[in-house]
Write a protein that binds this ligand. Sequence first.
Ligand code: CTP
Length: 420
Amino acid sequence: MIENATKGLLEGRRLLLGIAGGIAACKAVDYSRKLKALGAELFIVLTQNAARFVTPLSVAALTSSSVHLDMFEPDSSSAMLHIELARKADLFCILPATANTLAKVACGLADDLLSTLCLSHGRPILLFPSMNPVMWQNPVVQANVRRLKDVGHRVITPAYGETACGECGEGRLPDWPVVREAVLKALTPQTLRDINILISAGPTREPIDPVRFISNRSSGRMGYALAQEAARRGAEVTLVSGPVSLEPPPGVHVVSVETASQMQNAMQTLAQEARIIVMTAAVSDYAPIVTAQQKLKKTFETLHLELQRNPDILTGLTSSCRPNQFIVGFCAETEALREHALQKFKAKGVHLLVANDVSQKDAGFDVETNRVLLLWSERPREQSGPSLRQEEIVVKELPLLPKDRVAQAIWDKVEQLAGL
Ligand code: CTP
Protein backbone atom coordinates (compact mmCIF):
# COMPACT_ATOMS: atom_id res chain seq x y z
CA MET A 1 0.00 0.00 0.00
CA ILE A 2 2.73 2.46 1.05
CA GLU A 3 4.74 1.37 -2.00
CA ASN A 4 1.87 2.32 -4.32
CA ALA A 5 1.62 5.62 -2.57
CA THR A 6 5.34 6.38 -2.94
CA LYS A 7 5.65 5.17 -6.56
CA GLY A 8 7.47 7.68 -8.75
CA LEU A 9 8.88 9.65 -5.82
CA LEU A 10 12.44 9.05 -7.13
CA GLU A 11 11.54 9.68 -10.78
CA GLY A 12 14.37 11.49 -12.53
CA ARG A 13 16.78 11.00 -9.58
CA ARG A 14 20.19 9.41 -10.13
CA LEU A 15 21.56 7.39 -7.25
CA LEU A 16 25.10 6.13 -6.91
CA LEU A 17 24.85 3.06 -4.72
CA GLY A 18 27.96 1.56 -3.12
CA ILE A 19 27.67 -2.01 -1.81
CA ALA A 20 30.42 -3.09 0.58
CA GLY A 21 31.37 -6.62 1.59
CA GLY A 22 29.06 -7.72 4.39
CA ILE A 23 26.28 -10.28 4.53
CA ALA A 24 23.78 -7.39 4.23
CA ALA A 25 24.98 -7.01 0.61
CA CYS A 26 22.35 -9.66 -0.19
CA LYS A 27 19.62 -7.41 1.30
CA ALA A 28 21.08 -4.44 -0.57
CA VAL A 29 20.18 -6.08 -3.88
CA ASP A 30 16.53 -6.25 -2.86
CA TYR A 31 16.63 -2.61 -1.67
CA SER A 32 18.24 -1.59 -4.99
CA ARG A 33 15.28 -3.13 -6.83
CA LYS A 34 12.93 -1.19 -4.57
CA LEU A 35 14.77 2.10 -5.18
CA LYS A 36 14.54 1.40 -8.87
CA ALA A 37 10.80 0.72 -8.53
CA LEU A 38 10.42 4.20 -7.01
CA GLY A 39 11.76 5.59 -10.29
CA ALA A 40 15.48 6.11 -9.50
CA GLU A 41 18.22 5.53 -12.05
CA LEU A 42 20.94 3.51 -10.33
CA PHE A 43 24.71 3.26 -10.80
CA ILE A 44 25.96 0.47 -8.58
CA VAL A 45 29.52 -0.01 -7.35
CA LEU A 46 30.58 -3.20 -5.58
CA THR A 47 33.75 -3.64 -3.56
CA GLN A 48 35.82 -6.78 -4.25
CA ASN A 49 34.51 -8.25 -0.99
CA ALA A 50 30.89 -7.40 -1.83
CA ALA A 51 31.35 -9.46 -5.00
CA ARG A 52 31.95 -12.50 -2.76
CA PHE A 53 28.41 -12.16 -1.40
CA VAL A 54 26.63 -11.09 -4.62
CA THR A 55 27.96 -11.32 -8.15
CA PRO A 56 28.06 -8.25 -10.43
CA LEU A 57 26.08 -10.24 -12.98
CA SER A 58 23.24 -11.09 -10.59
CA VAL A 59 23.10 -7.48 -9.29
CA ALA A 60 23.00 -6.11 -12.86
CA ALA A 61 20.33 -8.61 -13.89
CA LEU A 62 18.15 -8.06 -10.83
CA THR A 63 18.34 -4.26 -10.91
CA SER A 64 18.65 -3.65 -14.69
CA SER A 65 21.38 -1.14 -13.77
CA SER A 66 25.03 -0.62 -14.57
CA VAL A 67 27.33 -2.33 -12.07
CA HIS A 68 31.01 -1.43 -11.59
CA LEU A 69 33.72 -3.14 -9.63
CA ASP A 70 37.02 -1.83 -10.87
CA MET A 71 38.61 1.60 -11.31
CA PHE A 72 40.11 0.52 -14.59
CA GLU A 73 37.45 -1.51 -16.34
CA PRO A 74 38.82 -2.69 -19.70
CA ASP A 75 35.49 -2.27 -21.51
CA SER A 76 34.60 1.07 -19.86
CA SER A 77 33.94 3.98 -22.22
CA SER A 78 35.59 6.30 -19.70
CA ALA A 79 39.11 6.26 -18.30
CA MET A 80 37.79 8.43 -15.46
CA LEU A 81 35.03 6.23 -14.04
CA HIS A 82 35.56 7.60 -10.52
CA ILE A 83 34.89 11.15 -11.76
CA GLU A 84 32.14 10.33 -14.23
CA LEU A 85 30.01 8.37 -11.75
CA ALA A 86 30.53 10.95 -9.00
CA ARG A 87 29.35 13.78 -11.25
CA LYS A 88 26.23 11.95 -12.41
CA ALA A 89 24.79 11.24 -8.98
CA ASP A 90 22.15 13.31 -7.16
CA LEU A 91 22.85 11.19 -4.10
CA PHE A 92 25.59 8.75 -3.08
CA CYS A 93 24.57 5.97 -0.64
CA ILE A 94 26.68 3.17 0.77
CA LEU A 95 24.54 0.22 1.78
CA PRO A 96 25.79 -1.70 3.65
CA ALA A 97 28.81 0.23 4.92
CA THR A 98 31.15 -2.22 6.65
CA ALA A 99 33.54 -1.27 9.47
CA ASN A 100 36.36 -1.34 6.90
CA THR A 101 34.51 0.99 4.51
CA LEU A 102 33.62 3.41 7.34
CA ALA A 103 37.31 3.51 8.33
CA LYS A 104 38.48 4.09 4.77
CA VAL A 105 35.99 6.91 4.15
CA ALA A 106 36.78 8.49 7.54
CA CYS A 107 40.50 8.48 6.74
CA GLY A 108 40.17 9.49 3.08
CA LEU A 109 41.77 6.31 1.73
CA ALA A 110 41.24 5.75 -1.98
CA ASP A 111 42.48 2.28 -2.88
CA ASP A 112 39.52 1.03 -4.93
CA LEU A 113 36.63 2.42 -6.97
CA LEU A 114 34.17 2.83 -4.08
CA SER A 115 36.57 4.60 -1.70
CA THR A 116 37.92 6.81 -4.50
CA LEU A 117 34.37 7.84 -5.38
CA CYS A 118 33.88 8.91 -1.76
CA LEU A 119 36.56 11.55 -2.33
CA SER A 120 35.65 12.55 -5.89
CA HIS A 121 31.93 12.89 -5.04
CA GLY A 122 32.73 15.87 -2.80
CA ARG A 123 29.24 16.06 -1.29
CA PRO A 124 27.60 14.44 1.77
CA ILE A 125 27.26 10.67 1.53
CA LEU A 126 24.43 8.66 3.10
CA LEU A 127 25.93 5.64 4.89
CA PHE A 128 24.05 2.63 6.25
CA PRO A 129 26.50 0.74 8.51
CA SER A 130 25.79 -2.91 9.13
CA MET A 131 27.99 -5.32 11.07
CA ASN A 132 28.27 -7.51 14.14
CA PRO A 133 26.98 -5.59 17.24
CA VAL A 134 30.31 -5.89 19.08
CA MET A 135 32.15 -4.47 16.08
CA TRP A 136 29.60 -1.60 15.84
CA GLN A 137 30.12 -0.72 19.52
CA ASN A 138 33.90 -0.79 19.14
CA PRO A 139 35.23 2.66 20.15
CA VAL A 140 37.35 2.84 16.99
CA VAL A 141 34.29 2.29 14.78
CA GLN A 142 32.30 4.84 16.82
CA ALA A 143 35.15 7.36 16.51
CA ASN A 144 35.07 6.86 12.74
CA VAL A 145 31.29 7.42 12.74
CA ARG A 146 31.73 10.67 14.68
CA ARG A 147 34.39 11.81 12.25
CA LEU A 148 32.16 11.01 9.26
CA LYS A 149 29.32 13.03 10.82
CA ASP A 150 31.68 15.90 11.67
CA VAL A 151 32.65 16.27 8.02
CA GLY A 152 29.00 16.34 6.97
CA HIS A 153 28.14 12.74 6.02
CA ARG A 154 24.87 11.18 7.25
CA VAL A 155 25.26 7.90 9.11
CA ILE A 156 22.07 5.93 9.79
CA THR A 157 22.28 3.95 13.04
CA PRO A 158 21.88 0.21 12.38
CA ALA A 159 18.70 -1.49 13.55
CA TYR A 160 18.51 -3.53 16.74
CA GLY A 161 17.81 -7.24 16.47
CA GLU A 162 19.37 -10.60 15.67
CA THR A 163 22.28 -10.28 13.25
CA ALA A 164 23.47 -12.90 10.77
CA CYS A 165 26.13 -14.07 13.26
CA GLY A 166 23.37 -14.97 15.75
CA GLU A 167 24.11 -12.16 18.20
CA CYS A 168 21.47 -9.69 19.28
CA GLY A 169 22.13 -5.96 19.31
CA GLU A 170 22.53 -2.93 17.07
CA GLY A 171 24.04 -3.98 13.77
CA ARG A 172 21.34 -4.97 11.29
CA LEU A 173 20.71 -3.09 8.08
CA PRO A 174 17.48 -1.17 8.81
CA ASP A 175 14.20 -2.34 7.31
CA TRP A 176 13.18 -1.01 3.91
CA PRO A 177 10.85 1.83 5.09
CA VAL A 178 13.70 3.34 7.14
CA VAL A 179 16.12 3.11 4.20
CA ARG A 180 13.51 4.51 1.79
CA GLU A 181 12.78 7.47 4.04
CA ALA A 182 16.48 8.24 4.66
CA VAL A 183 17.02 8.35 0.88
CA LEU A 184 13.93 10.49 0.25
CA LYS A 185 14.88 12.85 3.08
CA ALA A 186 18.41 13.25 1.73
CA LEU A 187 16.93 14.30 -1.62
CA THR A 188 14.26 16.63 -0.21
CA PRO A 189 15.01 20.32 0.49
CA GLN A 190 14.89 20.72 4.29
CA THR A 191 12.30 23.50 4.26
CA LEU A 192 10.77 22.44 7.60
CA ARG A 193 14.09 21.67 9.33
CA ASP A 194 13.70 21.28 13.12
CA ILE A 195 10.20 22.79 13.11
CA ASN A 196 7.95 21.21 15.72
CA ILE A 197 4.81 19.89 14.01
CA LEU A 198 1.84 18.23 15.67
CA ILE A 199 -0.60 16.20 13.55
CA SER A 200 -3.70 14.23 14.51
CA ALA A 201 -4.86 11.34 12.33
CA GLY A 202 -7.32 8.48 12.06
CA PRO A 203 -10.69 7.94 13.69
CA THR A 204 -11.52 7.91 17.37
CA ARG A 205 -13.45 5.13 19.09
CA GLU A 206 -16.10 5.84 21.70
CA PRO A 207 -16.80 2.70 23.76
CA ILE A 208 -20.36 1.44 24.21
CA ASP A 209 -19.32 -1.59 26.24
CA PRO A 210 -16.07 -3.64 26.52
CA VAL A 211 -16.46 -5.01 22.95
CA ARG A 212 -18.35 -2.36 20.97
CA PHE A 213 -17.66 1.21 20.00
CA ILE A 214 -18.83 4.13 17.81
CA SER A 215 -16.32 5.10 15.15
CA ASN A 216 -16.02 6.05 11.46
CA ARG A 217 -14.32 4.90 8.25
CA SER A 218 -11.22 7.12 8.44
CA SER A 219 -8.09 5.10 7.56
CA GLY A 220 -5.61 7.72 8.81
CA ARG A 221 -3.77 7.74 5.47
CA MET A 222 -3.99 11.49 4.86
CA GLY A 223 -2.58 12.34 8.30
CA TYR A 224 0.15 9.70 8.00
CA ALA A 225 1.11 11.03 4.55
CA LEU A 226 1.33 14.56 5.96
CA ALA A 227 3.48 13.36 8.86
CA GLN A 228 5.80 11.46 6.50
CA GLU A 229 6.22 14.39 4.13
CA ALA A 230 6.93 16.80 7.00
CA ALA A 231 9.59 14.40 8.34
CA ARG A 232 11.14 14.23 4.83
CA ARG A 233 11.34 18.04 4.90
CA GLY A 234 13.26 17.88 8.20
CA ALA A 235 10.49 18.61 10.72
CA GLU A 236 10.25 17.16 14.24
CA VAL A 237 6.88 15.47 13.89
CA THR A 238 4.53 14.12 16.55
CA LEU A 239 1.54 12.18 15.25
CA VAL A 240 -1.39 11.67 17.62
CA SER A 241 -3.12 8.71 16.07
CA GLY A 242 -6.44 7.03 16.63
CA PRO A 243 -6.65 3.27 15.93
CA VAL A 244 -5.47 2.57 12.35
CA SER A 245 -3.82 -0.33 10.57
CA LEU A 246 -0.88 1.67 9.16
CA GLU A 247 2.82 1.25 10.01
CA PRO A 248 4.23 4.16 12.06
CA PRO A 249 6.06 6.46 9.61
CA PRO A 250 9.86 6.22 10.14
CA GLY A 251 11.31 9.26 11.91
CA VAL A 252 7.92 10.31 13.34
CA HIS A 253 7.01 10.13 17.03
CA VAL A 254 3.60 8.41 17.30
CA VAL A 255 1.29 8.84 20.30
CA SER A 256 -1.55 6.31 20.18
CA VAL A 257 -4.97 7.27 21.52
CA GLU A 258 -8.41 5.76 21.28
CA THR A 259 -11.16 8.17 22.34
CA ALA A 260 -11.85 11.81 21.45
CA SER A 261 -11.18 12.77 25.04
CA GLN A 262 -7.73 11.06 24.97
CA MET A 263 -7.00 12.79 21.67
CA GLN A 264 -7.99 16.13 23.11
CA ASN A 265 -5.71 15.69 26.15
CA ALA A 266 -2.75 14.67 23.97
CA MET A 267 -3.29 17.49 21.46
CA GLN A 268 -3.69 20.18 24.11
CA THR A 269 -0.55 19.12 25.95
CA LEU A 270 1.61 18.72 22.84
CA ALA A 271 0.25 21.92 21.21
CA GLN A 272 2.20 23.97 23.73
CA GLU A 273 5.46 23.11 21.96
CA ALA A 274 4.12 23.02 18.40
CA ARG A 275 4.79 25.67 15.76
CA ILE A 276 2.34 24.04 13.32
CA ILE A 277 -0.75 21.96 14.17
CA VAL A 278 -2.73 19.91 11.66
CA MET A 279 -6.03 18.27 12.66
CA THR A 280 -6.73 15.58 10.07
CA ALA A 281 -8.40 13.25 12.59
CA ALA A 282 -12.00 12.25 12.04
CA VAL A 283 -13.02 12.82 15.65
CA SER A 284 -16.28 11.21 16.75
CA ASP A 285 -18.67 14.07 17.37
CA TYR A 286 -20.65 12.09 19.96
CA ALA A 287 -19.86 9.49 22.63
CA PRO A 288 -22.15 7.31 24.80
CA ILE A 289 -22.84 9.04 28.10
CA VAL A 290 -22.43 5.73 29.90
CA THR A 291 -20.08 2.91 28.95
CA ALA A 292 -21.46 -0.45 30.10
CA GLN A 293 -19.01 -2.37 32.29
CA GLN A 294 -20.07 -5.72 30.82
CA LYS A 295 -21.03 -6.74 27.30
CA LEU A 296 -24.60 -5.60 26.58
CA LYS A 297 -27.01 -8.50 26.10
CA LYS A 298 -29.57 -8.53 23.30
CA THR A 299 -32.44 -8.59 25.75
CA PHE A 300 -34.73 -6.05 24.08
CA GLU A 301 -36.02 -5.53 20.52
CA THR A 302 -34.78 -1.96 20.46
CA LEU A 303 -31.86 -0.33 22.21
CA HIS A 304 -31.49 3.38 22.88
CA LEU A 305 -28.04 4.80 23.40
CA GLU A 306 -27.80 8.25 24.87
CA LEU A 307 -24.93 10.19 23.34
CA GLN A 308 -23.23 13.35 24.41
CA ARG A 309 -21.40 15.76 22.15
CA ASN A 310 -17.62 15.55 22.33
CA PRO A 311 -15.61 18.75 22.63
CA ASP A 312 -14.39 20.25 19.35
CA ILE A 313 -10.64 19.75 19.68
CA LEU A 314 -9.75 22.03 16.77
CA THR A 315 -11.77 24.98 18.05
CA GLY A 316 -10.12 24.56 21.44
CA LEU A 317 -6.71 24.75 19.78
CA THR A 318 -7.50 27.77 17.61
CA SER A 319 -8.99 29.70 20.54
CA SER A 320 -5.72 29.33 22.47
CA CYS A 321 -3.50 29.75 19.37
CA ARG A 322 -0.19 31.54 20.09
CA PRO A 323 0.91 34.41 17.79
CA ASN A 324 3.56 32.31 16.04
CA GLN A 325 1.39 29.18 15.72
CA PHE A 326 -0.13 28.07 12.42
CA ILE A 327 -3.18 25.79 12.49
CA VAL A 328 -4.59 23.66 9.68
CA GLY A 329 -8.04 22.08 9.87
CA PHE A 330 -9.71 19.48 7.68
CA CYS A 331 -13.31 19.35 6.57
CA ALA A 332 -15.11 16.13 5.64
CA GLU A 333 -18.38 16.51 3.76
CA THR A 334 -20.70 14.37 1.68
CA GLU A 335 -22.58 17.22 -0.08
CA ALA A 336 -22.22 20.94 -0.87
CA LEU A 337 -18.48 20.78 -0.22
CA ARG A 338 -17.63 24.37 -1.13
CA GLU A 339 -20.47 25.94 0.91
CA HIS A 340 -19.77 23.84 4.01
CA ALA A 341 -16.05 24.43 3.67
CA LEU A 342 -16.52 28.21 3.53
CA GLN A 343 -18.68 28.06 6.67
CA LYS A 344 -16.19 25.84 8.51
CA PHE A 345 -13.25 28.05 7.53
CA LYS A 346 -14.95 30.96 9.29
CA ALA A 347 -16.23 28.93 12.25
CA LYS A 348 -13.04 27.04 13.09
CA GLY A 349 -10.60 29.99 13.10
CA VAL A 350 -7.88 28.11 11.21
CA HIS A 351 -5.16 29.57 8.97
CA LEU A 352 -5.77 26.93 6.30
CA LEU A 353 -8.64 24.51 5.74
CA VAL A 354 -8.38 21.37 3.63
CA ALA A 355 -11.81 20.19 2.50
CA ASN A 356 -12.73 16.91 0.85
CA ASP A 357 -15.87 15.13 -0.23
CA VAL A 358 -15.61 11.80 1.56
CA SER A 359 -18.55 10.27 -0.31
CA GLN A 360 -16.52 10.01 -3.54
CA LYS A 361 -15.09 6.60 -4.51
CA ASP A 362 -11.59 7.94 -5.24
CA ALA A 363 -11.28 10.59 -2.50
CA GLY A 364 -11.54 10.98 1.24
CA PHE A 365 -11.82 8.02 3.61
CA ASP A 366 -10.08 4.69 3.13
CA VAL A 367 -8.59 5.26 -0.36
CA GLU A 368 -5.07 6.15 -1.50
CA THR A 369 -6.06 9.25 -3.48
CA ASN A 370 -7.75 12.49 -2.58
CA ARG A 371 -9.26 15.53 -4.26
CA VAL A 372 -9.25 18.56 -1.99
CA LEU A 373 -10.07 22.24 -1.80
CA LEU A 374 -7.64 24.52 0.03
CA LEU A 375 -9.13 27.57 1.74
CA TRP A 376 -7.26 30.46 3.28
CA SER A 377 -7.57 34.20 3.69
CA GLU A 378 -5.07 36.99 3.14
CA ARG A 379 -6.53 38.75 6.20
CA PRO A 380 -4.67 38.09 9.49
CA ARG A 381 -6.33 35.27 11.45
CA GLU A 382 -7.10 37.56 14.40
CA GLN A 383 -9.24 39.71 12.10
CA SER A 384 -11.01 36.78 10.45
CA GLY A 385 -13.77 34.60 11.90
CA PRO A 386 -17.53 34.87 11.31
CA SER A 387 -17.27 38.49 10.04
CA LEU A 388 -15.06 37.42 7.13
CA ARG A 389 -16.69 38.13 3.78
CA GLN A 390 -16.82 35.31 1.24
CA GLU A 391 -14.70 37.23 -1.27
CA GLU A 392 -11.95 37.47 1.35
CA ILE A 393 -11.55 33.70 1.35
CA VAL A 394 -9.39 32.13 -1.36
CA VAL A 395 -10.54 28.68 -2.55
CA LYS A 396 -8.14 26.58 -4.61
CA GLU A 397 -9.10 23.19 -6.01
CA LEU A 398 -6.38 20.56 -6.40
CA PRO A 399 -6.79 17.75 -8.94
CA LEU A 400 -7.21 14.10 -7.92
CA LEU A 401 -3.79 13.05 -6.57
CA PRO A 402 -2.20 10.26 -4.50
CA LYS A 403 -2.34 11.27 -0.82
CA ASP A 404 1.46 11.79 -0.65
CA ARG A 405 1.21 14.36 -3.48
CA VAL A 406 -1.70 16.05 -1.72
CA ALA A 407 0.52 16.17 1.40
CA GLN A 408 3.28 17.87 -0.63
CA ALA A 409 0.83 20.49 -1.95
CA ILE A 410 -0.50 21.16 1.57
CA TRP A 411 3.01 21.64 3.00
CA ASP A 412 3.97 23.91 0.09
CA LYS A 413 0.95 26.08 0.95
CA VAL A 414 1.64 26.01 4.70
CA GLU A 415 5.28 27.01 4.13
CA GLN A 416 4.15 29.93 1.98
CA LEU A 417 1.37 31.15 4.29
CA ALA A 418 3.40 30.68 7.48
CA GLY A 419 6.38 32.46 5.93
CA LEU A 420 8.77 29.54 6.42
N1 CTP B 1 -12.75 18.21 14.78
C1 CTP B 1 -12.30 18.28 16.07
N2 CTP B 1 -13.08 17.83 17.08
C2 CTP B 1 -14.28 17.32 16.86
C3 CTP B 1 -14.75 17.25 15.52
C4 CTP B 1 -13.97 17.69 14.50
O1 CTP B 1 -11.21 18.77 16.30
N3 CTP B 1 -15.02 16.89 17.85
C5 CTP B 1 -11.89 18.74 13.72
C6 CTP B 1 -11.47 17.75 12.64
O2 CTP B 1 -10.25 17.14 12.98
C7 CTP B 1 -11.33 18.64 11.41
C8 CTP B 1 -12.36 19.70 11.64
O3 CTP B 1 -12.64 19.73 13.02
O4 CTP B 1 -10.07 19.24 11.37
C9 CTP B 1 -13.65 19.52 10.88
O5 CTP B 1 -14.15 18.23 11.12
P1 CTP B 1 -15.47 17.72 10.38
O6 CTP B 1 -15.71 16.31 10.77
O7 CTP B 1 -15.38 18.06 8.94
O8 CTP B 1 -16.60 18.67 10.93
P2 CTP B 1 -17.24 18.83 12.33
O9 CTP B 1 -16.58 19.95 13.05
O10 CTP B 1 -17.26 17.52 13.07
O11 CTP B 1 -18.70 19.28 11.97
P3 CTP B 1 -19.87 18.43 11.23
O12 CTP B 1 -19.70 17.00 11.69
O13 CTP B 1 -21.10 19.03 11.74
O14 CTP B 1 -19.68 18.59 9.76
